[in-house]
Design a protein around this ligand. Structure first.
Ligand SMILES: [Fe+2]
Ligand SMILES: [Fe+2]
Length: 191
């Protein structure tokens, strides 16, 4: 169902196991930025009713995820620190074409691809971490992010021809796989 062309490097989870708190902090920031992506789409496309309604739901869910992650940090006695930034997402967003409506299509698809990779990474966390509470939490979140991937692709197909969506999703997914292959396995959600 997901568009991913490769799996994450196995070294990533090994690094994460030694730095669980760092990943949780970065994860909180990822949820915050996912909500911002939804708000940006509402802001940029106020006339597109399907977009603003779907994004209003998404923003609500992502903020809910953010709150849950912050509560996990509080339980672990860890404070949320500065956003470490997300080079992976920056590289993907650099692929947005300049002209509309192509830029709008790319925005939806890049957002969808990030959801798909986040889903994969959350699944890896749920399968490999020891803490039962974290495992269950990541299983639930992974399903939610898979749903968000589907939402973005469905929205793209409302505004663009199905074949055009398929071709562009394929191009962007290939690019994303290259980024993931070259990641240096840092204790970050997309590290
Ligand atoms: Fe989320
Ligand atoms: Fe999401």
């Amino acid at each position: 169902m997901l568009c991913l062309k490769n799996k994450s490097n196995p070294e990533w989870i090994e690094c994460v196991k030694k730095n669980v708190d760092s990943v949780i902090i970065d994860h909180a920031h990822c949820e915050k930025k996912a909500a911002l992506t939804g708000m940006n789409l509402i802001n940029g496309h106020p006339e597109k009713t399907e977009i603003i309604l779907a994004m209003a739901d998404l923003v609500e869910e992502e903020i809910d995820h953010f709150r849950s992650v912050v509560n996990i940090l509080i339980e672990r006695n860890v404070r949320l620190t500065e956003d470490p930034g997300d080079e992976y997402a920056k590289k993907l967003f650099s692929q947005l074409r300049k002209k509309q409506p192509e830029r709008f299509l790319d925005h939806l698809l890049v957002a969808g691809i990030i959801e798909a990779r986040s889903c994969e990474r959350l699944q890896i966390l749920s399968e490999n971490l020891e803490d039962e509470k974290l495992k269950n939490f990541y299983t639930t979140l992974s399903k939610s992010e898979a749903g968000h991937y589907v939402t973005f692709v469905k929205l793209a197909k409302i505004y663009f021809n199905e074949e055009i969506v398929k071709i562009r999703l394929d191009e962007l997914s290939n690019y994303e796989a290259e980024i993931v292959k070259n990641l240096t396995n840092l204790p970050l959600m997309h590290g």
